[in-house]
Design a binder for this molecule. Structure first.
Ligand code: SF4
Length: 705
């Protein structure tokens, strides 16, 4: 698909949930040149440092080149036969819930769709979960509670139309840099007010009119305080609440916990003046976008935090209006696509749901399966617990590295070491998870595979093949389908191309939304029809629901939600402290997150010299006062100990973090640095609704090495 006659091919960036369009072509020296796609609605030509360095991360060194079984290289036939017969044997002996898939936001929609279809539809278990559980499961749960469906109502353009943008638990400048650039440009043009709510001073504060260095984990108190203020000042939209919502009074009653403001100030650690400024600005500004990310989601009360934000938007009727909406921004290139095709343990494809007979019937009929899972499977952390307890005997891990990324990661390593059967599909030959693999399956990487992804504003884009695949790597959808056929499900997985899968998924969303159907979902791609190969090849970024209109769509603009009665739901939420609090033994609260130029466990960005030049060491950011009390100086090696483990970091002293807190990046693993693995310090406490782990509130002690 040429961009301009010079053989530039359009595709989508491999990294964050902004989902920027790129154009690429192979230079004379064989390197892939990458530039921003000026026509893509996510970025209009912009790229961040990671996107620009995509071509530098495609080394064929270190790639997994052929399948192997128990360390012996073999051909695909043998590997696929072994996977299929091993899974069938476990199922025959222990039942369908004894197997599990742990998949990834790096998979494409087509991969995700068939993985979910095999596990839920044909194996008959709900045990498929995704590393998106670590990223935005709380946003999913919050959306479903408030709107009746997991939908982000707004668009990126709303950040440019807003008069007030509140960033909560989001370092947009580093984690979603192109969106930050769009916001910054809008602020320069129209004076948008920006508020950052984050315990740390981050790069996003560079454009903030107000930074609220909130005490970790106290967001529900702050937004409950805001709801109380809006109600008390008569700033809620009474007509909207009466016509379009339910349970406002209960939410207000719960929110009153933190009146007066002095009490709120004490709990959140914020001064009263700053709290009043936020409340005043929010109250008076109809065009407000509240954008939230991992600081909200990665919490033992993440779902309540999400609903405390949604409550304030419901109360003011600011949902899906131009420049006015709550906005969950996701971490991975296809986190939304995974949500849409149901590859989380507690959802079904096309936003259909467990516990609804009509949804079950529709999906069983459509897939022609008699074994559709009838109840949700185990969420990520519970899935690994079940392996430890011997309930799950076989796990197939695809395109993710849980031995580094899950909390309590040393335990995850022991669990994988003891699991009777570990199958791993990946592009690399070596990482912390692959060390435990009995069967290794080489997959195609970004630039080699072909399919679609869905970004944080519900926009589907193509990832296109740009380079040949080294060795015998195959598309994930192909690997899964070939295993499914050998397990005895040939007719349901007889796909000749990724397009056939995409068309099947599109038609499913259409059937769920047909005129006769009472199941109406916002997720509807039916307007696409069935694409021909040429149409799929030239597919342009398209936002759902597919309406045929060229303007970006917003959801719930008419106040009609996806609940059965069409009303949005307030949720009564109460502030809860994080699972663990600092004490004498572990006096500092450890926060974790990304660096600007690195990605996840660095299996890709770690290959780029350019990306490695910025802060390329495992830093522990500390307040100088806390450092002084331990005689720690800039650049010293420090031991960080939690109740689980201890790791070594390089001290970086900064007033950008408050006393009593510290911050470490998530990226390092045994493969890159033997002793700076943050996830080994973090206990696996999860949100009771979403199952998302608490990654940002771990009590630790520090000492000089
Ligand atoms: Fe890629 Fe995200 Fe950067 Fe865009 S903002 S270029 S999607 S990493």
């Amino acid at each position: 698909h040429s961009g301009n006659g010079e053989n530039w091919t359009k595709s989508t960036c491999a990294y964050c949930g902004v989902g920027c369009g790129i154009e690429a072509r192979v230079a004379a020296d064989g390197e892939l040149m990458v530039r921003g796609d000026e026509t893509h609605p996510a970025n209009y030509g912009r790229l961040c440092s990671k996107g620009m360095a995509l071509g530098e991360t495609l080394s064929t060194t270190g790639r997994m080149l052929s399948p192997s079984v128990h360390g012996q290289a073999c051909d695909w036939q043998q590997a696929l036969d072994t996977v299929a017969s091993s899974l069938n044997q476990v199922i025959a002996e222990h039942g369908p819930d004894a197997v599990a898939f742990y998949v990834s936001g790096q998979l494409l929609i087509e991969d995700y769709y068939v993985a979910n279809k095999l596990m839920k539809g044909f194996i008959g278990s709900g045990n498929i979960d995704t590393n998106s559980r670590l990223c935005m499961a709380s946003a999913v749960a919050g959306h479903k509670r408030a709107f009746g469906e997991d939908c982000v109502p707004g668009n990126y353009g709303d950040l440019e139309m807003a008069d007030l943008v509140v960033l909560v638990g989001s370092n947009l400048a580093w984690c979603h840099p192109v969106l930050f650039a769009r916001l910054k440009a809008a602020k320069e043009q129209r004076g948008t007010r920006v508020v950052v709510i984050d315990p740390r001073v981050t790069a996003s504060c560079d454009i903030a009119d107000l930074h609220l260095a909130i005490k970790p984990g106290t967001d529900v108190a702050l937004f409950n305080g805001l709801l109380t203020y809006l109600h008390g000042q008569g700033l809620v939209d009474q007509d909207y609440i009466a016509e379009h919502t339910k349970a406002f009074d209960k939410a207000v009653e719960a929110a009153a916990e933190f009146a007066p403001i002095s009490k709120l100030s004490e709990v959140t650690g914020l001064n009263e003046e700053d709290i009043n400024t936020l409340f005043h600005w929010f109250g008076e500004t109809h065009r407000t976008v509240t954008l939230f990310s991992q600081g909200v989601n990665q919490s033992s009360s993440g779902t309540d935090k999400v609903n405390s934000i949604l409550n304030c938007h419901l109360a003011t009727g600011r949902i899906g209006q131009p420049g006015s909406s709550p906005f969950s921004i996701t971490g991975q290139p296809n986190a939304m696509g995974g949500r849409e095709v149901g590859a989380m343990a507690n959802t079904l494809a096309a936003h259909l749901e467990f516990g609804r007979d009509d949804h079950h019937c529709l999906l069983s009929d459509y897939w022609g399966c008699s074994e559709l899972a009838t109840s949700p499977g185990l969420k990520a952390v519970d899935m690994f617990d079940a392996i430890e307890q011997g309930q799950i005997k076989a796990i197939w891990i695809m395109a993710t590295n849980p031995a580094v990324s899950l909390p309590d990661s040393e335990r995850i390593n022991s669990i994988l070491a003891d699991c009777p059967l570990v199958i791993v599909s990946d592009v690399v030959a070596d990482n912390d998870t692959l060390k435990h693999a009995d069967i290794c399956l080489p997959a195609q990487g970004w630039s080699e595979k072909s399919g679609t992804v869905s970004n944080s504003e519900r926009c589907l884009s193509r990832q296109r093949r740009l380079l040949p695949t080294p060795g015998e790597g195959k598309p994930d959808w192909w690997i899964i389908s070939e295993v499914a056929k050998r397990m005895g499900f040939a007719s349901a997985f007889d796909y000749a191309s990724e397009l056939e899968i995409f068309n099947e998924y599109v038609a499913l969303t259409a059937i769920a939304n047909s005129r006769e159907s009472s199941l109406k979902r916002q997720l509807n791609l039916g307007g696409l029809g069935q694409l021909t190969p040429t149409e799929y090849q030239h597919f342009k970024p398209t936002q759902w629901p597919v309406s045929g209109c060229s303007e970006p769509s917003r959801l719930y603009a008419d106040g009609r939600f996806s609940t059965q009665d069409g009303r949005g739901r307030f949720v009564a939420v109460y502030y809860q402290v994080p699972a663990l609090s600092p004490d004498n033994k572990f006096p500092l609260m450890l926060n974790s997150g990304r660096l600007r130029d690195q990605w996840h466990t660095m299996t890709r960005t770690g290959l780029s010299t350019r990306l490695n030049s910025q802060d390329f060491q495992p830093l522990l950011v500390l307040n100088p006062e806390d450092a002084r009390s331990k005689a720690i100086e800039e650049g010293d090696l420090v031991k960080v100990a939690s109740q689980l483990a201890s790791q070594i970091f390089v001290a970086s002293l900064s007033n950008q973090i408050s006393r009593g807190q510290c911050f470490a990046p998530i990226h390092w693993s045994k493969s890159h640095c033997s002793s700076a693995k943050v996830s080994s310090l973090i206990p696996a406490f999860t949100d009771p609704v979403s199952g998302q782990p608490e990654f940002k509130a771990t009590p630790v002690d520090i000492s000089l090495v």
